[in-house]
Design a protein around this ligand. Structure first.
Ligand SMILES: [Zn+2]
Length: 463
């Protein structure tokens, strides 16, 4: 075999290239997924026509035109999704996934009343079984609606980490830290021992990873906050906290902490640095956003929860203008009441426009980035949130035969403004298919749903 050179001469090709060139020798891969359209989530131009992703050992090998991938790879398994849009899985950067067991339990209440009079009294009776059950249901809902990774804090969180490990979802989670005893520990020393024990199993940047989770400035203390960041630094973990969620929180913080607002107080407790992820940040000033931007901390915007609890409207434009990384979360299923990140993504985009009177605020591509790569930063995993070669194979597909997705001028526009989570027909995490064509691949959803319905009477008796 010879190749003709530019000068018209010929050179002998190496045997390996010859074999590939003739289609005789392809490299093997575990899976080749193909679909009619593709969003890679990278700067690379999209693919015109049928596209695909080749996967081996949980990682993306190549993304591109289906024909080219078919020529290059010999997959153990082929999955052609037909008329579908392949895209990176969404990242829910703030939730409390076991709270699915309280979905619809206490609605139409402001944050502090909702939390102290309804949620905390039931949570005082939590068991491992309830947390595990809630986590399972929440993960089914997320994989059904296109979310592949989530950041979680709750009580008895070890059950969430274990279920995520078993069910295949990507999770960064940690036991929620208070200044008062919880079902998982009786004081700071107990909490710290718990974290050290769990770090031995879930430390690092694996699919399921530990993060330090002080609940908020109003449920902790100077000591808990300072030690939380020290622990995060020592164990090399991210830290996640609710901050400036409502005017009520700000007023309480000023009265308890020498007139300091939550951002100033958090800064004084050593909480603001590049390890910190701040959930909500609804009641903030421009100066506070500059403080956060300078610290390197990130923000998670939770528009549905903020609206439902009447906490207010976060100033996302101001956050972005200040240069702060902003990701998106649903918050728990009791203050939302769903875990559908497509709903959150659309709301984040259109609320920003409505709040500023600027239709160019948070365009579709930006909203998609907030729901993918920005949330993925928390996991410190290269490539996560994109379908780039080398990235973890976390991807979803939307059914483009649905009437709400016809016609198509722009795939990103549809993903943000026209799709709902229920259009998702395929969910893969780390190269493992979790949901495909209407079925959860572990086959255990019906048992979880039945067990959850049985819990309703128990919850009613605990209020
Ligand atoms: Zn929350």
């Amino acid at each position: 075999m010879h190749e003709i050179m530019p000068d018209g001469g010929m050179k002998l090709l190496k045997p390996a290239f010859y074999a590939t060139f003739c289609g005789m020798e392809k490299q093997t891969c575990d899976l080749l997924v193909t679909a009619s359209r593709l969003i890679t989530g990278t700067e690379q131009p999209g693919v015109d026509g049928k596209a695909g992703v080749a996967v081996r050992d949980g990682k993306i090998l190549e993304t591109g035109p289906a024909e080219k991938l078919e020529a290059a790879w010999m997959p153990a398994v082929r999955r052609d999704l037909g008329n579908a849009l392949l895209m990176p899985g969404l990242v829910n950067a703030h939730t409390h996934v076991p709270m699915t067991f309280l979905r619809g339990f206490a609605d139409d209440l402001p944050l502090m009343e909702w939390l102290t009079k309804h949620i905390f009294p039931v949570e005082a009776h939590l068991t491992d079984r309830i947390v595990s059950l809630g986590a399972r249901l929440g993960m089914y809902e997320m994989m059904r609606t296109g979310t592949t990774a989530f950041v979680d804090s709750y009580l008895l969180e070890i059950n969430v980490l274990q279920e995520a490990e078993r069910m295949g979802m990507r999770c960064a989670g940690g036991e929620v830290l208070f200044a008062f005893p919880s079902p998982a520990y009786d004081g700071w020393n107990g909490a710290e021992a718990l974290y050290r024990e769990q770090a031995a199993r879930f430390g690092g940047c694996g699919r399921v990873q530990l993060a330090v989770m002080p609940h908020s400035v109003y449920t902790t203390s100077d000591d808990v906050l300072r030690r939380s960041m020290q622990l995060a630094e020592e164990l090399d973990l991210m830290l996640h906290i609710h901050l400036s969620e409502s005017a009520g929180e700000v007023g309480q913080c000023r009265s308890l902490h020498q007139d300091r607002r939550p951002v100033a107080y958090a800064r004084d407790m050593g909480l603001l640095n590049e390890r910190a992820v701040l959930a909500h940040m609804v009641d903030v000033t421009d100066e506070e956003l500059e403080t956060v931007a300078a610290s390197g901390a990130a923000i998670v915007h939770n528009p549905v929860s903020n609206l439902k609890l009447a906490s207010g409207l976060a100033r996302v434009q101001g956050m972005l203008k200040a240069g702060i990384p902003v990701s998106l979360g649903t918050d728990g299923a009791c203050s939302n009441n769903s875990l559908d990140m497509f709903e959150t993504m659309k709301l984040a985009a259109i609320l920003a426009k409505g709040c500023t009177g600027d239709a160019t605020a948070v365009p579709a591509m930006k909203a998609l980035g907030m729901a993918t790569v920005e949330g993925a930063r928390i996991f410190r995993t290269p490539g996560l949130g994109t379908l780039a070669p080398g990235a973890p194979a976390d991807m979803i597909a939307l059914d483009l035969d649905e009437p709400n997705l016809f016609p198509i001028f722009n795939e990103v526009s549809h993903a943000v403004y026209a799709a709902s989570g229920k259009d998702c027909v395929f969910t893969m995490v780390d190269g493992r298919v979790l949901y495909d064509d209407g079925s959860y691949t572990d086959g255990l959803y019906a048992d979880t749903a039945a067990e959850m319905q049985d819990l309703v009477e128990w919850v009613k008796g605990k209020e």
